[in-house]
Design a protein around this ligand. Structure first.
Ligand code: NI
Length: 171
């Protein structure tokens, strides 16, 4: 395909729209999980040497922003102080996650619009989105397992509507 064909294909298929939608859904799921964590459980760790649940959420936020800073600095926003912070204010944490999700989205869209590659990582700007989705799913499972180990497992019927169903249900 030529570049023009690719652009037409995107417009016909909605491929880019679907990819960005998947990123938005991923963030919705993460924020839903954050709000589902029981009171007091943000400090839980699976073992003593592992990060707490709260630290994992802040690590996810940090990773989004550091990769934008390294790969698309024109879209970078201020970095948080420290990668593994223990936070307890879920409303603020959710706001930060929404902001960093928007930062990643903007960085990818701008590079695509400008036809530019990322600076340091990734063979294509879309791979930043895919990497972050993979990374956050990886930590999502750790967070749920940490709750289970502490006897505070989230019931599938309760958490499913805000997580799996966000991926799968047709609107
Ligand atoms: Ni990680």
């Amino acid at each position: 395909m030529t570049d023009a064909d690719t652009t037409n294909f995107d417009q016909r298929s909605g491929l880019l729209t679907a990819l960005l939608d998947s990123w938005d859904r991923n963030n919705t799921i993460l924020v839903n999980l954050l709000h589902a964590v029981p009171d007091g459980a943000l400090e839980l760790r699976p073992i003593a040497t592992s990060p707490s649940i709260g630290e994992l959420f802040m690590h996810i936020h940090y990773c989004r922003l550091i990769f934008v800073e390294e790969d698309a600095p024109e879209s970078a926003t201020a970095m948080p102080e420290g990668e593994w912070r223990q936070e307890s204010d879920r409303v603020r944490m959710a706001q930060w996650l929404n902001e960093s999700a928007a930062t990643v989205r903007t960085a990818v869209v701008r590079r695509l619009q400008e036809g530019r590659q990322m600076d340091r990582h990734y063979d294509h700007p879309i791979l930043l989105l895919q990497h972050m989705i993979w990374h956050e799913g990886y930590h999502h499972g750790q967070i749920k397992l940490t709750l289970k180990l502490a006897g505070q497992a989230l019931a599938d019927e309760a958490i499913g509507a805000g997580t799996w169903d966000v991926w799968m249900d047709k609107t």
